[in-house]
Design a protein around this ligand. Structure first.
Ligand code: NAP
Length: 270
């Protein structure tokens, strides 16, 4: 396997694979030597820089069955054109690039190359991410299963058709930002009640971390977990009534639709 462009997202995937002990034959590339050095310590990972040797992307791709493309979206088709002649027959290309259609990558790759679009999110680095995978025209079930197993090291994997990738990104791709915003808001509420900043932070952050762990460990429905802390006539019930009066579901639906509208603007070049 190779990850060409192992920056924030590609590097997170490399770290998750390393933590899962799945990096025996992983080569990662970056432009600068400094970036490459930062990943060189991962167990089993070969980390190369194009500024040291301009051929490293082709060398890494030539040895891989799965080639993850982690450069910025604007650089992706040039990267694929540059490695096309050296790709193994049947090797899969997995693009992380937001907003670049599979067809554009298929056009730059040898005919029949299986191309998959992946939309991971940042908790992938801890193996707690969600990755959406969409198959291109030559990616059959066996290739999807292979790539799905690799991304399972980053957390949950959801397969969708390509026309759902932008919608998926408005929930799980952008979602960590929504959660951090909620943590910030609850911290501000604690400050408003007179807690000093350090205490406010612990109260709000640990509540999110603990509640998320309960959700993960019990596998219970979040509405059921909420009911368990909401005694009839109690204090939580009063607070939840205020939040519900603000139509939180409607607010999140509007936020997700705003993100989707922006994805369409970006795709249209504005
Ligand atoms: N960050 C996210 O949350 C996220 C989520 C989903 C998808 N994505 C997608 O992931 C991709 C990368 O985003 P990012 O945030 O990870 O960006 P990033 O941190 O800038 O990573 C891009 C990496 O590519 C390297 N690079 C540039 N040109 C290269 C070349 N010719 N050969 C090899 N490596 C090269 C850069 O190395 P140097 O820094 O040394 O130049 C950098 O480390 C984008 O397509 C983005 O749409 C990101």
């Amino acid at each position: 396997m190779a990850i060409l462009g192992a920056g924030s997202m590609g590097g997170a995937i490399a770290r998750a694979l390393a933590a899962g002990g799945a990096t025996r034959s992983l080569t990662v590339t970056n432009r600068t030597r400094a970036k490459a050095d930062a990943l060189a310590g991962l167990p089993g990972v070969r980390s190369l820089a194009t500024e040291t040797d301009t051929d490293v992307n082709s060398v890494a791709a030539a040895a891989a069955d799965v080639v993850v493309l982690g450069v910025k979206p604007a650089a992706i088709t040039d990267l694929v054109s540059g490695i096309a002649a050296r790709l193994r027959p049947g090797a899969a290309l997995v693009s992380l690039a937001a907003g670049i259609p599979i067809a554009a990558i298929e056009q730059a790759a040898p005919p029949g190359t299986p191309v998959i679009r992946a939309m991971p999110n940042t908790p992938a680095a801890l193996g707690r991410g969600v990755t959406g995978l969409a198959p291109g025209s030559s990616a059959d079930a066996a290739v999807m299963a292979t790539v799905g197993r690799l991304f399972a090291a980053c957390g949950a994997v959801v397969e969708v058709p390509e026309d759902r990738i932008d919608a998926l990104s408005t929930i799980s791709g952008s979602g960590p930002a929504y959660v951090f915003l909620l943590v910030e808001a609850l911290t501000a509420a604690a400050r408003d009640l007179g807690f000093p900043p350090a205490q406010a932070r612990v109260l709000a952050e640990q509540t999110f971390i603990g509640a998320a762990a309960l959700l993960a460990d019990t596998g219970a429905d979040p509405a059921e977990l909420r009911r368990r802390v909401t005694s009839p006539g109690g204090t939580t019930e009063r607070a939840v009534a205020v939040l519900e009066a603000a139509d939180l579901p409607g607010l999140f639906a509007r936020a997700a639709r705003a993100a989707l509208a922006r994805a369409r603007e970006i795709a249209a070049g504005s």
